[in-house]
Write a protein that binds this ligand. Sequence first.
Ligand code: MV4
Length: 449
Amino acid sequence: MFKRVLIANRGEIALRIIRACQELGVETVCVYSTADKDAPYLKLADRAICIGPGPAKESYLNIARLIAAAEVTDVDAIHPGYGFLSERPDFSAACRDCKIEFIGPTPEAMQMLGDKVECKKTARAAGVPVFPGSEDAIEDEEEAVRIARDIGYPVIIKASAGGGGRGMKVCHNEATLRNQLRVASQEAQAAFGNGAVFIEKYLEHARHVEIQMLGDKHGDAIYLWERDCSMQRRHQKVIEEAPGPHIDRDKLRKVCESAAKMIRAAKYHGAATCEFLMDGRGDFYMLEVNTRVQVEHPVTELITGIDIVKASIRIAAGERIGVKQSDVQVRGHAIECRINAEDPDKGFRPSAGKIETWQVPGGPGVRLDSHVVPGYVVPPNYDSMIGKLIVHADTRDEALDRMARALREFKVGPIHTTISLHQRLIENTDFRRGGVDIHYLERLLKPQK
Ligand code: MV4
């Protein structure tokens, strides 16, 4: 195992990684920007090191400064968490060049899976279902038109280097497709330095179902089943749960098996998530692979009893996954509500500032992953997520009731948070029934005439 790990992140995930390291007997060095200098979780790390000013570009996104911090503190490994540099092949490569273990995949695996065209090819080869469409980047307009006629409209144009919803165009007819191809490619070039685009069949009504994977350096891979993350707004997940409601378990098992094959074929090690859309018939189509520990990993931890962050560290240290697929048992139901410092009544305007009241829920089956304490000041520089409330219970109905109860116990002020939105959503009859689609929340929030 490592002696010392550098945590190249902030907030709740930095704290989550500190906790995992402590349980593994690993020393921690946590980096911080001056905007986070008073953050309380820094005291829980064995050491904290300032890496620059508030703007992320000069701190949490600055590879040279992070590597310098790692060298100075003589760590064996770096955990990137999520966001920031977690999916940057150049960061994984910089760690390797400096003989520091990157807790995550190799730059090669990350690069390959990060390229949507390459990723889709790898998926297809492993038998993972993907949407019909172009098998390579689009070379000319006529080729795209031919493929679209073949698969039928609507089609969607996506940037091969895009992801998370950036650089997509839905086309309902040939004229729009012809127009948008050039626009999409130019935008992709400007945004990602890579103009490659591809097209595929567009699915109007879909659910977002993703599969948690773990791969190790010995060539083994397992799946920890799915999470349903359909409740989202502007490509930001709001509620996640596991298991996904009303999913055909036989279809899902087959998809999970093929995803494990794909992860093995990619020689992937670490935690990964395969993102899928599920249609009204319960069929799956893979979208992309996230090559990091995700925000919503706790719901999978609660239903499987497997600590995904500890697993990511053990895997990087060369250990085997240590759990056989047949040992992975799903128990009960878990739901996560992301608590953001935003005002849901004012268009989700960020609500930074000092948190005076922070009265947290507890009791059976309640987990709060947050770095906030009373008196904590939410800096304006970063993501507005200030915590995640996760509940676990035997059934989905009991988990929903438990979440409603926990949300009622949760008192935060004077800043605004998304707790009020969650209270509304947990009571919502469509959500209670299970199986809302990825556009549900935005439809619900649209001002009614
Ligand atoms: C799609 C799609 C419909 N059909 N692809 C958005 C994020 C990126 N990962 C892929 N995305 C989508 N791809 C096809 N062929 C709809 C979306 C999409 C979406 C997907 C997951 C979660 C929320 C979403 C919101 C809007 C669109």
